[in-house]
Design a protein around this ligand. Sequence first.
Ligand code: GLY
Length: 394
Amino acid sequence: MKTATSTPPATTTRAQAIESALATAIEQIATKRTRFSTLFPGDTTVGGHYQAHRQAGFPDGSNVGWTTGFWTGLLWMAFELTGRSEFADTARAQLPSYAIRLDRRDDVDHHDLGFLYTPSCVTAWRIEQTAQWRDTAVRAADTLMQRYLPSAGVIQAWGNLNDPLERGRIIVDCLLNLPLLHWASEVTGKTHYRAAACAHAQRSRDYLIRPDDSTFHTFHFDPQTGIPLHGSTAQGHADTSCWARGQAWAIYGFAINHRYAPELGLLDTACRVANYFLSHLPADGVAYWDLVFSEGSGEPLDSSASAIAVCGLLEIANLLPAGDAQTRYREAALHILDGLIARCSGIAPATDGLLLHGVYSKPHGRGVDEANLWGDYFFLEALARVSSHWRPHW
Ligand code: GLY
């Protein structure tokens, strides 16, 4: 980690806060590393602490669900930021469970394979060039491709492909699963992964975004004809409101997809959804769980939405040419990060989470005002992005 000794006084305070938050986050990962070496933590803390992942039909701590990749990814990031080999050793020890999961088809019939396999196996390949983990991640991309419905040009998010309620439904989160497909095209030279990712990203742009640049969480298409039907929510306040984390997935997702496929013009889309997000934040930048709520509402925050948005805003700034817009998005990202550090940094022993005050799903009463693995992951990614020349894994 860099020191801030040569930084001018006005930014020294921010730089020191970032360095201190980074050191605290790394220690939180180190503390959990032995407890969660081959066992995986749950999606969220419970009363401030992670417990072994629990899911019906599987032993506690199994690699199932959609969030385990963030834990392996946190370990890889901690290794890259510190050079401490114990982090890489633990991340590496977890990788066979990702291959076994595909072999057995343990909870892989959903679109979240990018969240699972990009921070774990793709990252392992990028860091260590181990062919086995490249091949495992390509197999995950093949499994994701089984959910692509060519007639509608979309990847079905959830459920059995023959389920009439789920067939043809997309969700905004999937934009972060598309980098797995782009990466698979790059490493295999086969273009069908990229073609599916581009089609899905375009359909997402055309139908998940409302005229005011807010987003639907989910959208339904006729799976036979591809005719667009209607938007809806699963984790937001209402079908017509704007789920904060969905908007954040859109910011980062469209920005990353622009990096892979600039011909689609998705950077402008990323900027539009970012502007909506920024104009619906409280003063310190830590979002309420749905952007329909504001200060005084008494509703919980979703810090993870803000952490994802920081990464997205920084990605946008990297993609824009030097100038006022680039400066504006970078400053917005730093302002939100200031708020996250001040209000949400997790400090032991009260918690072993990195980022407090997240929400998994308010309508389902899950993980409300807890840390969660994706919030921890994107908080560390945000800190890494602004404190060093660290390159994101997406
Ligand atoms: N991708 C699922 C969620 O954001 O809750």
